[in-house]
Ligand binder design. Structure first.
Ligand code: ZN
Length: 167
């Protein structure tokens, strides 16, 4: 069996940025299981994994445009503390808040009553080097194919709390 569309693939990976710092990894925990071909992981990473076999390892280099996009300075803006509906006194650096249209914004600076919010993905503008090992490949269940994502256990015919598709 190879990694291809409609297969559930388990991977262990680590990602480093251009400085060599590890920005994401699941090497020390359970492999990530995902349904291949549905954009559940970075699309360009998915493409690179297509055709791999069990236990194969691959190094993948993704420039920002292939990963989380370029850093957009226009997504960084200032708001006043009064613009926060509640709990603004507890706002701390690194907090992630949600705008009214559902955008995730990170608090990157606080200066008295001024709060700087950044709507860029935390890894925007970074060139990422992924090291990926294929741990398992299996057929997807018809339910997984219908939902477009992997379910935690093959025997489980109910969606987990993270499923986002409760019937
Ligand atoms: Zn589901």
């Amino acid at each position: 069996m190879i990694v291809e569309k409609d297969k559930v693939v388990s991977i262990q990976y680590s990602a480093t940025d251009e400085t060599g710092a590890v920005v994401d990894s699941n090497m020390d925990v359970e492999p990530l299981e995902y349904l291949h071909g549905y954009g559940n992981i970075l699309e360009n990473l998915e493409k690179e994994l297509t055709g791999l076999e069990m236990s194969q390892e691959k190094q993948v280099l993704l420039v920002p445009e292939q990963a989380y996009g370029d850093f957009d300075p226009e997504l960084v803006f200032e708001v006043s503390r009064q613009q926060f509906p509640q709990g603004a006194e507890n706002i701390e650096l690194g907090n992630v808040v949600q705008s009214s249209d559902g955008q995730q914004l990170m608090v990157t600076d606080i200066d008295g009553d001024k709060i700087i919010l950044d709507g860029n993905h935390p890894l925007a503008g970074r060139t990422l080097h992924f090291s990926v090992i294929i741990k398992n490949i299996r057929e997807a269940t018809s339910e997984e194919l219908a939902h477009g994502h992997a379910h935690m256990h093959e025997s489980d015919d109910h969606c987990g709390p993270d499923c986002g598709c409760h019937h």
